[in-house]
Design a protein around this ligand. Structure first.
Ligand code: GLC
Ligand code: CA
Length: 557
């Protein structure tokens, strides 16, 4: 495999609105990010992905873009963006923007022009269909609830497609003119010095055409969008063209938000000359998800988690580099989701960190994860900002859940969990802003915050820092980056154990998700222990006793 600059990097996602507010308006901003680059450097972060910072009406928190070539004034200016690139590069860091091109905002000038003249050039940038007798072109349900069709303003007989919110009209990738616009815009940023992109909802750019109905799966008479995604073939033609016209000539790093890819397509996506450098593993985030709504989801156990992660590791094997996460801005906090309730303490958080961080692939940290930030408790639906949570709340009520049960579901799965501001210290508003934060701060910031953790060698933060340093240690780096992945003790309940191996050198990673201690026989006798999340260690030859919540990384030369 040809070695690439990004293979051995540690990546970090910033949700700018909630990271650090430099001017007291309650909204995180670019100056705030710039002022924290040294912090990220100290942690060991190389690649930084910024969730959208383009001008936007914020119907979906910036994932509805009204101008692709600018910075929203709430986040800063173009000059500040240039400064961020310069300052990051000075520190050997790389900056990625979010590329949201399945849809734009209905306030984007393309859509405004399409409204004025649906038959003209810009009408063809979207999916606009004539509707007679109220029969919509298809019965797909949008991701945020309701039909994917809404009337085109000023044209009662024409409807436009939006698979997300009605303020996010889908762009018509079948139109070569639209594709040219996109490539031009992508190159605009890469020419400016941007290092790459995270590709939002990228699998959605190909639709199963012509539009048709599928079997309705809820009383609303609509069907999950997954039906059409399953039948949409040929996304690769668009993605290959995008790569060749933009990313490849710039040697950009790209990571795809890819759900529902077809397994045989994996080499096309992230193999040699794949569409992207990497893509996220969502196997464990979609586990237990019901198409009928959050009230029918079921919880993931540590054994399920293990099975999901191993499935991906085996599938990807040495095809390419998967991106491993435990959370992002669309998911609840990883520690609140994957750790059983009574294991959500510092030991448990470090355990989860260890077992996912040493997997094959690129480790990603979502802001605040390095502190062990947790889900937010809610007392009323009025406290919720996220549009998808608000829709899911309604779906749960319609399905007969009580208000308190529905609210519990939001606490568990809602996207605000990850969007509460970063907890810098224990001062008012967690040191995030001098003003009023745009979203409630998790009240646990008095105990969970960076200031309290930085100088404490046994903190979750220092554990992450140690894991990063270990992955970068020249003695072991190749094993972590290029080593194979082989599970062992796979049938042992609540134990996660695997071997990373490169040129005969091995690293063993073990974690105990059980409340009982577990005796295990290691396949090799370790030469040394590289990391232990607890103080105790009971190892005799190759017989190891794992205490509850214990995670061990061992080296066999
Ligand atoms: C992606 C984003 C999510 C957004 C959606 C629509 O899934 O991660 O936050 O709501 O796309 O752009
Ligand atoms: Ca601000």
């Amino acid at each position: 495999m040809e070695r690439k600059f990004w293979h051995d990097k540690i990546a970090y996602q910033i949700y700018p609105k909630s990271f650090y507010d430099s001017n007291g308006d309650g909204i995180g901003d670019l100056k705030g990010v710039i002022s924290k680059l040294d912090y990220l450097k100290e942690l060991g972060v190389d690649i930084i992905w910024l969730s959208p910072i383009y001008p936007s009406p914020f119907a979906d928190q910036g994932y509805d873009i009204s101008d692709y070539r600018n910075i929203d004034p709430r986040f800063g200016t173009m000059e500040e963006m240039d400064e961020l690139l310069k300052e990051a590069h000075k520190r050997g860091q790389y900056i990625l923007m979010d590329l949201v091109v399945n849809h734009c905002s209905d306030e984007h000038e393309w859509f405004q022009k399409a409204i004025k003249d649906p038959d003209g050039r810009y009408g063809k940038y979207f999916y606009i269909e004539e509707v007679k007798d109220g029969k919509l072109p298809c019965n797909w349900r949008s991701y945020f609830g309701g039909p994917v069709w809404d009337p085109l303003p000023g044209h009662s007989d024409r409807y436009y497609l939006h698979v997300f919110h009605r303020k996010q009209p889908d762009l018509n990738w079948e139109n070569p003119e639209l594709r040219e616009e996109i490539y031009d815009m992508v190159n605009f940023w890469l020419d400016r010095g941007l290092d790459g992109f995270r590709l939002d909802a990228i699998i959605n750019i190909k639709k199963a055409l012509p539009f048709k109905d599928y079997f309705a799966d809820r009383p609303d008479g609509l069907c999950s969008i997954h039906n059409e995604l399953h039948e949409a073939n040929g996304v690769g033609d668009f993605l290959g063209e995008l790569r060749d016209r933009t990313f490849k000539p710039h040697d950009a790093f790209t990571v795809g938000e890819v759900f529902n890819e077809k397994e045989e397509e994996l080499p096309d996506f992230i193999g040699e000359n794949g569409y992207f450098s990497s893509m996220f593993d969502f196997e464990e985030t979609v586990f237990g998800q019901s198409q009928r709504g959050w009230h029918e989801n079921y919880d993931i156990t540590p054994d399920d988690y293990k099975a999901c992660v191993y499935k991906t590791q085996r599938k990807v094997s040495d095809i390419g580099f998967i991106s491993n996460i435990i959370e992002n801005h669309d998911e609840p906090r990883g520690v609140s989701r994957y750790l059983p309730g009574d294991m959500r303490d510092d030991s448990g958080k470090k355990l989860l960190a260890t077992v996912y961080f040493m997997l094959k692939g690129i480790p990603w940290i979502y802001q605040g994860q390095e502190l062990g930030m947790e889900n937010l408790k809610l007392s009323s639906i009025d406290e919720v900002d996220d549009i998808s949570s608000i829709d899911s709340y309604k779906v749960a009520l319609d399905a007969g859940c009580s208000e308190s049960k529905a609210l519990k579901l939001i606490e568990k799965y809602g996207r605000d969990n990850a969007r509460t501001p970063f907890q810098w210290d224990d001062s008012e508003n967690a040191g995030f802003t001098a003003g009023t934060p745009w979203l409630r701060i998790n009240p646990n910031y008095r105990s969970i915050n960076l200031k309290a953790q930085k100088d404490d060698p046994s903190s979750v933060w220092n554990h992450y820092r140690n894991l990063i340093a270990l992955r970068k240690d020249p003695e072991y780096k190749d094993i972590f980056v290029y080593g194979s992945f082989t599970p062992f003790l796979e049938d042992r309940h609540n134990i996660m154990a695997y071997i990373r191996e490169y040129e005969g050198k091995k690293i063993l990673v073990l974690g105990n998700f059980d409340r009982e201690e577990k005796k295990v026989i290691l396949p090799y006798t370790p030469d040394r222990i590289l990391n232990n999340n607890l103080d105790e260690l009971t190892l005799k030859g190759n017989e190891l006793t794992l205490l509850p919540s214990q995670a061990i990384i061992a080296y066999v030369g």
